[in-house]
Design a protein around this ligand. Structure first.
Ligand code: SF4
Length: 362
């Protein structure tokens, strides 16, 4: 089997930051229960690893006892949730990704200016619920072009669209085109709301999938950006499967592809990638298992295809820095950054040392 590893894949800076926040809070308050509102990031393994360290994940603020510590997840929250936490005298730590906060700030600004805001996204996604809560009277969610006729618009010259950060860029383009047709004067956000991590991971799959037989995406079923990677692959004509970890790998996936190709001895080319919340150790384990089961293939190993090298970095959230200062931890907090690092590509972890090659630049 020929294995291509997509780069970038896996943890984005926002996910790194959110995980780091919970780590730091656990260090700050050893022995005290830590409550996280909603899954810190949408990944089963990340959540379970924190559960094993005593973190409690809750879906309602009143599940946290009065006076306890609550961390808000990377997806962001509505002001109503913050008020509920304040009313319970909870110590709040906000791990919202700064790129989600950017969309919240846009929503607040346009609502103040009297705009009708059309939020393109999935209505039940935690991020959209949080953004909508910033200005519920001004925001309507658009999931599909079919939603457009039922929108209630006060002034067609004062309409703006915003988007969820983790949408498929292809699907968003279709909806935005339909919005532009319906409201020719619609305003767009100052810069794309679909974040760099979503855009880059999708672009890598869009570029590499056409030369592959199968795409495997490591990620959880409730991870929007992971699901979108499977859709992008299928749109590019390549079957794609989403798996939380190697235990979900199925031989039948490859058998079906081989049968469809009509060539029993055909060496399969498999693209391995991961959603922005999937830990890299699970990607490495998948590569090891593929090599163990199906061999290293004619190429003799793994090829990491470098489409983008990411160098995003985020600062620590202000709410965490405040608590760390109160506890006397760290003098360099303002200069500390959370960066997307490169992976240590060892044969021990991956089953073969990935040979890194540059992709066609986009
Ligand atoms: Fe932030 Fe994008 Fe990562 Fe979500 S996927 S946490 S918006 S960088």
């Amino acid at each position: 089997m020929r294995i291509i590893l997509a780069n970038p894949r896996g943890f984005c800076a926002g996910v790194h930051m959110a995980i780091d926040v919970v780590d730091q809070v656990l260090d700050l308050y050893p022995g005290r229960p830590i409550y996280v509102y909603h899954e810190i990031v949408h990944n089963k393994h990340v959540v379970n690893r924190f559960r094993q360290r005593g973190v409690k994940f809750i879906e309602e603020v009143d599940e946290a006892p009065e006076g306890s510590i609550i961390v808000f997840s990377a997806h962001g929250i509505s002001p109503a949730v913050r008020q509920q936490a304040r009313a319970r005298n909870l110590t709040m730590v906000d791990a919202t990704c700064p790129l989600v906060t950017k969309v919240h700030n846009e929503a607040i600004r346009y609502a103040r200016q009297g705009f009708d805001i059309l939020l393109v996204g999935h209505a039940d996604h935690q991020e959209v619920v949080g953004t909508r809560g910033e200005a519920p009277d001004s925001i309507q969610v658009v999931e599909h072009p079919d939603d457009i006729p039922s929108l209630r618009i006060r002034n067609p010259n004062q309409v703006v669209y915003l988007t969820q950060t983790t949408l498929s860029t292809d699907d968003a383009a279709v909806i935005i085109d339909a919005l532009r047709k319906a409201f020719p004067n619609i305003k767009e956000p100052p810069s794309s709301d679909i974040c760099y991590a979503t855009t880059n991971r999708q672009a890598a799959v869009r570029q590499i999938a056409p030369e592959c037989d199968v795409v495997l995406v490591v990620g959880s079923k409730n991870s929007s950006n992971s699901v979108r990677l499977t859709e992008i692959s299928r749109n590019a004509g390549c079957p794609a499967f989403l798996l939380d970890d190697v235990s979900e790998l199925r031989d039948e996936w490859f058998d079906e592809v081989r049968a469809a190709s009509g060539a029993a001895g055909h060496e399969l080319t498999v693209l391995v990638t991961a959603g922005a919340s999937a830990p890299e150790d699970l990607v490495a384990e998948l590569c090891r298992t593929l090599i163990g089961r199906y061999g290293k293939g004619a190429a003799g190993g793994i090829e990491q295809r470098d489409i983008f090298r990411e160098d995003e970095e985020f600062s620590l959230p202000a709410s965490l820095k405040r608590l760390m200062r109160e506890e006397g931890k760290g003098d360099d907090l303002d200069s500390r950054k959370i960066k997307v690092g490169s992976y240590d590509l060892t044969a021990e972890a991956y089953g073969a040392i990935p040979l890194t090659v540059g992709g066609r630049s986009l």
